[in-house]
Write a protein of this length. Structure first.
Ligand code: C2E
Ligand code: MG
Ligand code: MG
Length: 704
């Protein structure tokens, strides 16, 4: 029995083991022969022989092993022991035994675990009569059970081996790289052809210290995860993979890890392209708001973790709407594209320029470039110092910029963007074409602005009576006697809630809100009424200058408003001068010419205000129907000391007289400044040296 049990360790195939077992049992029991028959499951009249053994001297019974006529005694599911002359068997059985010369036999069915018995072990005694003892029968039964289990296991293993081959063959032919590693020993149990082809050296060097497969793939597998799929980037090869991993019992033997690696680099790259599209602003090719928020989060994180700094610049073009309205959208688009392109050429921020929509841009100064922030801001400003050639002429466009740094002023993306936006608005409010740097007061200023809007609208409900008109005398220095020839009307807001607000503080905001339109109309009416009063009270030639905002001028009904005001106040149109600023004249040339010509046709005069600070070329002076050029205060400030300012004023005054315009110099504060003007061809001046803007009564007390 021990010998039979040892057959379990045999490497032989089931048939060979069965033969050995039959031999052992036969010899031990002193039998004549022992067989294992297999009945044919498809045709139950046939049988095969799996194993046969004959004692020396016994003639083998069969000349072949397959498709033999089946013995009648190969039936039943119980052991049958036939001792000599037992007489309990069928006639057919007896006949078969007689034909075979069998004197006694034991038939033991061999059960297969998953189907009815169809194998039988037959132990024969042909030499002499034999009577089986219980011990003998038990031994044969036990021996057969052992053989049975060996055969069954062998068959199973053979099946496995067969399926292993087919698994290997099919796995070899798939495009996915697959390998199996035994967990206990760490050895590679299987690598398919695709794996070997794609990861030749990784497989080859698997046993080295580097363990490339572990490094690239297995180390990324989350602990405690039995199976799943993860994405892996391999920087050495710049490749992306999907790794499907699963803990399995490989070929029924040992716990192993199976890895299937799908190269998704191509897919990833396409995905990136699509992402790129989603992150790109279609018009300018810059990145868009979504991308800005994503990148900003990244930069803020790295600034926080590395203790560095970065900055967010929020830019908004000044008066872009007028270019769009004046030239048409296609030229507005060209301008946006040209500006966007210029941004990407500023060194240090080439990759971090974004269009947030409309005429708003964000530029992030990443921590790497932060030390160069001043230079970068200067470079960006310089972009707007030169004109853009659009349609058929040069156009200037300025921008207002808000600067906020991180992480100092915030780590929340939306918060930072909002702060930069508020700061940009501060820049815009302080007169456009400016850069403002965020400070914590700006939040409260932003709140103040909300208050201001509320009170401004409230003032509107009371007919704008809170908006007072002050008058600053305009002096003709070539006249003797009382040289006042009129006044510039300057608005003041005497707010019941906010106190006295200067125009510099509320006009840009009123422009932004569009409230400058009713406020401006109110000032125009008041000024015309006042001037009419002066004209009727001894000064028929006193003139009044009224400032018109860009926003008012682009209103389609501006000419009608001026006309109605002239009619209703009864002022002599020749005594009304409307002051417009240069920035407007440049951006909207054709429309401007048209509007100004129509206003002039009403009999009014036009003054070009703040000359020298804007961006108009002298060409514009010639093209526009202008009567008066108002030289900006900034030239006067330096007039006593700076020869350039002197030359500029002299040149403009000469030019003006040649083309039959007059010139008015603003902001004279000192006698020295006034003296310099004396030998120039300047007639009209304005300034604190003569008088400040005065309330109507004070002006009239003095000049009426
Ligand atoms: P502006 O049209 O150039 O007006 C001249 C500004 O210079 C006035 O400031 C005036 O007070 C100031 N000024 C006059 N002489 C001197 C001087 O000798 N030294 C100095 N430092 N300043 C002098 P204000 O009244 O604060 O107005 C500022 C700006 O607000 C004006 O500049 C004008 O652009 C705008 N503004 C004022 N009133 C109105 C208005 O009714 N409508 C519109 N649209 N804008 C207005
Ligand atoms: Mg003015
Ligand atoms: Mg001015």
């Amino acid at each position: 029995m021990t010998s039979i049990v040892q057959l379990m360790d045999s490497d032989e195939i089931a048939e060979a083991i069965a033969v050995s077992a039959m031999k052992m049992v036969g010899e031990y029991m002193g039998l004549s022969s022992a067989h294992i028959y297999i009945t044919n499951i498809h045709d139950n009249t046939l049988m095969d022989i799996m194993a046969e053994w004959y004692a020396p001297g016994i003639v083998p019974r069969f000349d072949r092993s397959r498709d033999l006529p089946r013995y009648a005694f190969l039936s039943g599911t119980k052991l049958q022991a036939i001792s000599s002359g037992s007489g309990v068997i069928s006639a057919q059985w007896q006949e078969e035994m007689d034909n075979l010369g069998i004197k006694a036999m034991v038939v033991v069915p061999i059960r297969s675990s998953d189907r009815p018995a169809y194998m039988y072990a037959c132990y024969d005694e042909c030499d002499h009569e034999r009577f089986w003892t219980v011990d003998e029968i038990n031994f044969l039964s036990d021996a057969t059970r052992i053989v049975e289990s060996i055969i069954e296991r062998r068959r199973y293993e053979i099946n496995i081996a067969g399926s292993f081959e087919s698994v290997r063959a099919s796995l070899d032919n798939v495009g996915t790289s697959i390998y199996v590693r035994e967990i206990r020993t760490g050895t590679l149990q299987f690598t398919n052809q695709t794996m070997i082809a794609n990861f030749t050296s990784e497989v080859k060097y698997d046993k080295t210290e580097d363990r490339p497969l572990v490094r690239i793939f297995e180390s990324q597998i989350p602990e405690d995860s039995d199976s799943g799929c993860i994405e892996i980037y391999n920087p050495q090869r710049d490749e992306y993979y999907e790794l499907y991993y699963s803990h399995i019992i490989w070929m029924g033997q040992s716990p192993s890890l199976m890895c299937a690696i799908l190269d998704i680099t191509e897919k990833k790259k396409n995905q990136k392209k699509i992402e790129q599209l989603a992150y790109t602003d279609f018009l300018t090719g810059l990145y868009n708001r979504m991308c800005c928020e994503r990148d900003l989060a990244k930069f803020v994180d790295s600034a926080v973790s590395e203790g560095t700094h970065g900055a967010l610049l929020y830019l908004d073009l000044d008066d872009f709407k007028h270019i769009n309205d004046g030239l048409g959208h296609q030229y507005g688009d060209v301008l946006l594209q040209a500006i966007a392109h210029s941004f990407t050429r500023v060194s240090g921020v080439e990759e971090t320029c974004y269009r947030m929509g409309g005429d708003e841009f964000v530029i992030i100064i990443p921590p790497d470039s932060f030390s160069e922030m001043d230079r970068i801001v200067t470079d960006i400003k310089a972009i707007f110092n030169r004109p853009w050639f659009l349609k058929d002429a040069d156009y200037y466009c300025t921008m207002s910029m808000g600067v906020v740094t991180f992480p100092g002023e915030g780590t929340q993306i939306q918060d930072l963007i909002k702060k930069a936006d508020i700061t940009m608005y501060e820049a815009k409010k302080s007169g456009k074409n400016k850069v403002a740097v965020y400070n914590s007061e700006m939040d409260s200023q932003s709140n103040k602005r909300l208050d201001m809007e509320k009170y401004m609208r409230e003032a509107g409900r009371n007919g704008y009576e809170e908006f007072l008109v002050y008058y600053q005398p305009i002096i003709d220095i070539q006249l003797d006697g009382t040289p006042c020839v009129g006044a510039e009307a300057l608005v003041r807001w005497d707010s019941s809630a906010l106190g006295f607000v200067s125009p510099a503080d509320f006009i840009p905001f009123a422009e932004y809100l569009g409230l400058i339109i009713p406020i401006g109309a109110h000032v125009l009416r008041k000024a015309c009424e006042t001037c009419k009063y002066w004209n009727e009270h001894g000064h028929p030639n006193y003139k009044v200058n009224v400032n018109l905002s860009v926003v008012q001028l682009v209103q389609p009904d501006i000419v009608q408003i001026v006309k109605t005001t002239l009619e209703e106040t009864g002022i002599d149109p020749h005594n009304l001068t409307l002051e417009v600023t240069e920035s407007l004249a440049i951006n909207d040339m054709n429309k401007m010419k048209e509007v100004l010509a129509a206003i002039k046709a009403l009999g009014c005069r036009i003054a070009l205000d703040d000359f020298g600070t804007g961006y108009s070329s002298l060409n514009h002076i010639r093209e526009l129907p202008i009567d008066v050029i108002k030289v900006d205060q900034s030239f006067v400030r330096e007039l006593a000391s700076d020869s350039y300012s002197q030359a500029f004023v002299r040149y403009i005054s000469q030019l003006a007289s040649i083309i039959d315009m007059s010139i008015c110099v603003e902001g004279i504060e000192t006698a020295q400044q006034f003296d310099v003007l004396a030998d120039m061809d300047v007639r009209m001046v304005q300034g604190f040296y003569f008088d400040r803007p005065l309330p109507q009564e004070q002006f009239e007390e003095k000049y009426l």
